[in-house]
Design a protein around this ligand. Structure first.
Ligand SMILES: Nc1ncnc2c1ncn2[C@@H]1O[C@H](COP(=O)(O)OP(=O)(O)OP(=O)(O)O)[C@@H](O)[C@H]1O
Ligand SMILES: [Mg+2]
Length: 224
């Protein structure tokens, strides 16, 4: 996860170890990972007795099965400040299926303790915007994209049923017809006089979620 715009390093990597689930508990599975939030270390213990091996890895942040959603988000707060200063920031969750990516990023959106990184980030952004002076003008927009099996899907577009079954086809330039598949990743390198917008997803919908004058409405719209 990229968490802060520190002068020395702009990328930070965190690991979160989830607690055993009910099935693992039932089967009496033994944990092979020892995580220390304090030492920022994860130790993998393999085998037993004389043949036991231990490998220790160090991260910028280590979250254990006891770490709360709020504690996971805390180190990301400086990143929100960087965004408000105009920098771009990315929080990226990676891991095999069932390891807790969705739990960490989304969590239970309706539960103040269990909500994850995305609702907390949106709230933090609107909170900071709410403290700007009344002459500031800003707009916030959101896109929601799924990449699955190397296919890109716009999750904020209501799809006609027929399109859900449409075969994968390349999208002609400028075509904004909603479709399940076929969004393309493009790069705008710009010209010698005008900087480009860099990497972007062609045809991905952007939804404006609020204005400074109606902060309460923003909050309501920010998390559909
Ligand atoms: N830190 C945690 N504390 C409690 N429960 C957790 C934690 N992390 C994950 N879980 C639970 O474990 C299950 C799997 O987690 P989750 O769905 O977030 O995995 P995922 O990485 O998104 O998997 P997939 O790649 O299949 O989407 C869920 O029931 C989730 O609530
Ligand atoms: Mg998931």
């Amino acid at each position: 996860m990229s968490m802060s715009l520190d002068e020395s390093c702009s990328i930070e990597v965190a690991v979160r170890v989830r607690p055993m689930n009910a099935r693992e508990e039932e089967q009496g599975v033994l944990p092979i990972i020892n995580a220390s939030e304090e030492r920022k270390e994860v130790t993998i213990v393999r085998g037993g007795g004389n043949r036991q091996t231990r490998q220790t890895y160090t991260f910028d942040h280590v979250f254990t099965g006891y770490t709360t959603q709020s504690e996971v988000f805390d180190p990301m707060q400086p990143m929100i400040d960087s965004v408000m200063q105009g920098y771009e920031a990315t929080v990226f969750a990676y891991g095999q299926t069932g390891t807790g990516k969705t739990h960490t990023m989304e969590g239970d959106v309706m539960d103040p303790n269990e909500k994850g990184v995305i609702p907390r980030s949106v709230e933090a952004i609107f909170d900071r915007l709410g403290h700007k002076d009344k002459y500031s003008e800003f707009s916030v927009s959101a896109s929601y994209l799924e990449i699955y099996n190397e296919e890109l899907t716009d999750l904020l577009v209501e799809l006609p049923v027929t399109l859900k079954k449409a075969p994968v086809k390349p999208v002609p330039a400028g075509d904004k017809t909603p479709r399940e598949h076929g969004l393309n990743v493009m790069e705008d390198k710009g010209t010698s006089t005008k900087p480009g917008r860099g990497m972007f997803v062609q045809g991905l919908s952007e939804h404006t979620v609020g204005w400074s004058a109606v902060e309460t409405r923003c909050r309501a719209l920010a998390w559909p």
